[in-house]
Design a protein around this ligand. Structure first.
Ligand code: ZN
Length: 510
């Protein structure tokens, strides 16, 4: 009986940390979020994806599966079939390094229509199929059943016009889709912008219009600005940005007649895609590896000669072994080199069932071949794969080889738990067995961030991407939907968001 349900709003605040949310509330800077916390069930330590960056995390949030199934592996990754890097916009300079048109095309069309697996469905698709009206403001993963014309206005249009190339395709999104300068499914009196730092207002303004006209059953309200603010000033300074997000949410709810009236008509999920930790040093991984091997460059004249591809993605990075035309990089030597680089914390890779390093020179993914995931840290080595042995906190079952010291994990009553690296086995295994994963994934030590292909880091500010708890944990709040208590599960992750949405609308999760 979907009609009997309240409408549902999923609000995501990019890079919101639970401790900073609490500080903002204590300081009286976030009165709206304070009321929501009083009325709802808060999970303070919901686990993000790995790498803990927005494209991967958002895909997980709206599909309910990991990157092994949704196929989005990072902010930057190497496309084995097309033999090129994919860049979603790590920074403006990184975008320029790959060409503005190419990067925008990957971000706007390819991410949803080509890279996101056709074998999984987003909640927008599932709800529209069930006759629900869906809507979203700028959000990386928006694939739905409604065809939208692309309209280019403002800054983006100028950027694209400068390349003398045109975007001439349509896209498929929710019933109502607002994407700043790129799309608007209807005219709204909201100033669209692509400039980071003033996007919360745009989203809240679009949301207010949707509420006034009663245009959705499910709405994803994006509040992305806290991310940019924390990157720049460090996560410890993010109260300022959280206060602004709170104000924008209040403005949105005011369109329903205020927060009380809003909550009478709507259930709410408030979630962060990942956390953020202070960084003080950039790690130029491609440069360091180029001392020993030929590394594929963004606009490489002779890509066939490259031995490695390197994809920095915040505080993590993928490293790919390339088939090349000349001498190939030796996998063991690459792994050893990665492990000795200062700032590299974990080196993760796959081994075949015989214990040989797995080389994935062709596209496609290992499936059911009994591969082991190997994690190395400071000389410690630990292997695991799905099977019988230990349980994780979410009921997954794993065969293990060695002591899990590399993951600072302990095993008690047959259950593996790590405070330093939340939900480590499922996250690492999913990341490594994703079709676009590197042959190696490195997770960096606290304080370090991988330098992107534009030469940019947030050193002096904050970042995220690692398997580490600081990057990975954030709040997940349910008001009028979801569990009766946080204790219903021992560990919550972003994968739990989509099932709660489906259940709310009476869809069979299957
Ligand atoms: Zn970020």
């Amino acid at each position: 009986m979907p009609g009997a349900k309240k409408k549902l709003v999923l609000t995501y605040v990019d890079s919101l940390r639970t401790d900073m949310l609490r500080r903002a509330i204590e300081e009286g800077r976030a009165p709206t979020f304070a009321t929501l916390l009083e009325r709802g069930v808060l999970i303070p330590d919901c686990v993000s994806s790995f790498p803990s960056v927005t494209p991967v995390a958002c895909s997980e949030m709206v599909t309910g599966v990991g990157s092994d199934r949704h196929w989005i592996s990072g902010m930057n990754w190497y496309h084995r079939l097309e033999r090129r890097y994919v860049e979603y916009g790590s920074s403006l300079d990184a975008t320029r390094a790959f060409g503005v048109f190419r990067a925008l095309y990957d971000l706007v069309y390819n991410m949803n229509l080509a890279h996101l697996s056709p074998e999984v469905e987003t909640v927008f698709e599932q709800l529209e199929d069930a006759g629900q009206r869906t809507a979203c403001t700028p959000f990386l993963i928006y694939r739905g059943r409604t065809r939208h014309e692309v309209s280019l206005d403002g800054l983006m249009r100028r950027a694209v016009d400068a390349t003398r190339l045109k975007f001439q395709h349509h896209t498929w999104g929710p019933t109502e889709l607002f994407y700043g300068d790129l799309y608007a499914s209807r005219e709204v009196p909201c100033k669209s912008t692509s400039i980071p730092g003033v996007r919360d207002e745009y989203a809240a303004c679009c949301g207010a219009e949707l509420i006034k006209e009663d245009l959705f059953d499910f709405f994803l309200l994006s509040l992305p600005d806290t991310d940019n603010y924390s990157h720049k000033h460090g996560p410890e300074a993010s109260v300022e940005a959280i206060a602004k997000a709170d104000g924008c949410f209040a403005e949105f709810a005011a369109a329903a007649g205020g927060l009380d009236a809003f909550l009478e008509q709507h259930a709410l999920i408030l979630v962060a895609d990942h956390g953020q930790t202070p960084v003080h040093r950039g790690l130029p991984l491609a440069e360091l590896l180029a001392g020993s091997w030929t590394v594929l460059q963004p606009s490489d004249d002779r890509p066939g000669l490259a031995q490695l591809a390197v994809s920095p993605t915040g505080r993590a990075a993928h490293v790919y072994l390339l088939p090349g035309e000349g001498e190939r990089a030796e996998p063991t030597a690459v792994g050893e080199r990665l492990a000795e680089i200062e700032g590299v914390d974990l080196v993760c890779r796959l081994e075949d069932s015989e214990g040989r390093p797995l080389q994935r020179l062709e596209p496609g993914m290992p499936r059911g071949g009994g591969e082991w995931a190997v994690v190395e840290r400071g000389g410690e080595r630990f292997r695991f794969r799905p099977g019988e042995g230990v349980a994780d906190l979410r009921g997954g079952s794993w065969e293990i080889d060695g002591e899990p010291t590399a993951l600072e994990a302990e095993i008690e009553d047959g259950q593996l738990r790590s405070e330093a690296y939340p939900d480590p086995l499922a996250r690492v295994f999913s990341a490594l067995t994703a079709p676009h994963s590197g042959d190696f994934i490195v997770s960096l030590e606290p304080g370090f961030e991988a330098v992107d292909w534009g030469g940019v880091t947030h050193a002096g500010g904050g970042s995220h991407g690692a398997l580490h708890a600081g990057d990975s944990l954030g709040p997940l709040l349910f008001v009028g939907c979801g569990p009766d208590s946080a204790g219903e599960r021992e560990q919550w992750t972003l994968k739990d968001v989509a099932p709660v949405i489906r259940t709310h609308f009476g869809l069979d999760v299957g």
